[in-house]
Design a protein around this ligand. Structure first.
Ligand SMILES: [Zn+2]
Ligand SMILES: [Zn+2]
Length: 215
């Protein structure tokens, strides 16, 4: 380090460095954490892709425009690919900086993560750590945005207008309502669900009126 901020962490630019490293202890912990979270997010995004409702998985053309309204979750696919590409990029970069050291046992995301964690002790003494930290932070943020793992979920006390089960849920951030039923899995717009609730309320009222009159 030759700049005027000598002795200051290159990541947070706030705290003093940890001994002869370029970063502070807090940022070292954060870096290790981001690396682990990225590997976990990769697996999580894969699970989310498998768990997509049937209406995303089939190629059937439906006549009901309402159910076709939900967009394909391309963000999931992109965020997942970016994690794999970035980790592989950093493995290659680290192998170039420290030639002759050998790389990860397997070129998988899990293998790359495990290997990079074992290289951190010298990476934190190299200027590249600044960019690596930023990359990992961005990956983590993008993954969290495309498939939040602590997502708020609200189950609706309303029957699905298609399968008639009590399986409607709104997930935070969605512009639609999802039917959780495996063999239905419809994605419904808010007006569609509202209409279903009104229809149901009207039927109940009519039924109630009929019962009262005949009593
Ligand atoms: Zn720091
Ligand atoms: Zn349904």
């Amino acid at each position: 380090m030759t700049d005027q901020h000598q002795g200051q962490c290159v990541i947070c630019a706030e705290r003093p460095v940890w001994a002869d490293r370029l970063i502070c202890t807090a940022c070292y912990g954060g870096l290790r954490d981001d690396l682990t979270v990225c590997a976990g997010a990769y697996a999580w995004l894969g699970e989310c892709m498998l768990a997509l409702p049937p209406s995303w998985r089939t190629s059937t053309i439906r006549s009901n425009e309402v159910e076709a309204a939900a967009p394909m979750p391309l963000g999931l696919v992109d965020a997942r690919a970016r994690i794999a590409d970035t980790l592989l990029f950093w493995v290659r970069a680290a192998m170039e900086i420290r030639a002759g050291r050998g790389g990860p046992p397997t070129p998988t995301v899990a293998g790359c993560t495990w290997w990079l964690r074992r290289q951190l002790h010298w990476i934190v003494r190299n200027r590249a750590v600044e960019t690596l930290a930023r990359d990992l932070h961005d990956l983590r943020r993008d993954a969290q945005r495309s498939a939040p793992w602590d997502r708020v979920r609200r189950d609706l006390p309303t029957r699905c207008p298609r399968c008639w089960r009590l399986s409607l849920t709104w997930y935070q951030g969605d512009d639609w309502i999802t039917c959780r039923s495996d063999d239905c899995g419809r994605l419904l717009s808010f007006p569609r669900v509202r209409r279903a609730v009104n229809d149901w309320a009207r039927l109940r009222l009519e039924h109630f009126a009929k019962e009262t009159i005949s009593a």
